[in-house]
Ligand binder design. Structure first.
Ligand code: PLP
Length: 363
């Protein structure tokens, strides 16, 4: 039996909000049509509300979250610059790679997987780098790090925060926390299909834009004229119109519910996963006090699954119940499950269904 209407409880994509799905079917508009420009402006306004920022340069980059990461780095650092990156999972490691490719010196502050970024170690690594970079919510480990503490102590350096798995699901205050550059993705807690990377850039960071960065497509000097042109919009690339309509609708659903209510819903669903999995005899992987609500990382104790392999359990969940959960990455492959409760998925009914299905499979 094949079920195509999955319950998506992996590390992403989540199930999109019905409003976001419906908007994908709206009639096409031209990318310079005043009606589309108004919709893009309103989408950027909604993103400002969700990022809790007044940054003028706030818009969805036309590609997935990884393009947000690349845009956030290539536009600000290059040869001769130093970037201090907190690495406590897969995505911090990717930021090191992107920074190195620009010719910048990247100092990787490595952490044990499952631990949050240690802000004192970041500061000790270099007193005044061009940029400090860290992942707010590490999807590979289910850990939340203290971006606010980094922002309070960063001095004159720029602060870049990867907010792909936090935006819309957990507390995030870009302006209050002194975050200069933050990017996200649509398919995690924002409850929209994958395809866009919401990005916000402070005025301080705009003053430090590299005039001719190593990417043409992601050159913020050029894109800024298209997204904040105030009527004098110049063509840069054809915006993915339908995806922006969908993001607009998804953000509308999120803001109608209320940011605080949506965050509380993510917290309740994440808590229910952790409690239910503990009851089933599993352990929690992420360090206590830094556990992320939208992504629960679950350690599989030796012997808990009997003779059944962990991949087989995930495969049966998918085939028999239409439920997707994620396996572990890198050093925790085969040892950890990652259970997402993001966006429209973050509801008790899905958690209850998953726990019952697992209990059934495990006997
Ligand atoms: C998913 C994710 C990304 C990458 O986003 P894509 O949309 O897959 O390109 C980057 N950082 C974090 C923390 C993520 O969870």
């Amino acid at each position: 039996m094949t079920l195509t209407d999955r319950i998506l409880m992996g590390p992403g994509p989540c199930n999109p909000y019905p409003e976001a799905v419906a908007a994908l079917g709206r009639p096409m508009l031209g990318h310079l049509d005043p009606e589309f420009i108004a919709l893009l402006d309103e989408t950027s306004d909604r993103l400002r509300t969700v990022f809790e920022t007044s940054n003028a340069l706030t818009f969805p980059v036309s590609a997935t979250g990884s393009a947000g990461m690349e845009a956030a780095i290539v536009n600000f650092v290059g040869p001769g610059d130093t970037v201090v990156v907190g690495v406590n999972g897969v995505f911090g490691g990717r930021m090191v790679d992107v920074a190195q490719r620009t010719g910048a010196e990247a100092i990787a502050v490595e952490h044990e997987w499952g631990q949050p970024v240690d802000i004192q170690r970041m500061l000790d690594a270099h007193p005044a780098p061009a940029m400090y970079a860290m992942v707010h919510a590490e999807t590979s480990t289910g850990v939340r790090s203290d971006v606010a503490a980094m922002g309070a102590n960063k001095g004159d350096s720029l602060l870049l925060a990867d907010c792909v798995t936090s935006l819309g699901g957990v507390e995030l205050r870009v302006d209050d926390w002194n975050v200069d550059i933050a990017y996200s993705g649509t398919q995690k807690c924002l409850g929209v299909a994958p395809g866009l990377a919401p990005l916000t850039v402070s005025d301080r960071a705009i003053e430090r834009l590299i005039p001719v960065p190593q990417s043409w497509y992601l050159d913020l000097n050029m894109i800024a004229k298209y997204v904040t042109g105030g009527g004098a919009r110049a063509y840069h690339h054809t915006a993915p119109i339908s995806m922006i309509m969908s993001l607009h609708a998804g953000l509308g659903a999120l803001l109608d519910e209320g940011l605080d209510a949506a965050r509380a819903r993510h917290q309740a669903a994440g808590d229910a996963v952790k409690a239910g999995m503990s009851d089933l005899g599993f352990e929690l992987f992420a360090a206590e006090g830094s556990r992320l609500a939208p992504l629960s990382s679950i350690t599989i104790p030796d012997g808990r699954l009997g003779s059944v392999g962990e991949a087989e359990v995930r495969s049966r969940l998918l085939q028999e119940y239409g439920i997707e959960i994620g396996g572990g990455l890198g050093p925790v492959a085969g040892k950890v499950w990652r259970i997402g409760t993001m966006g429209h998925t973050a509801r008790q009914r899905n958690v209850t269904t998953l726990l019952a299905a697992l209990a059934d499979i495990l006997g």
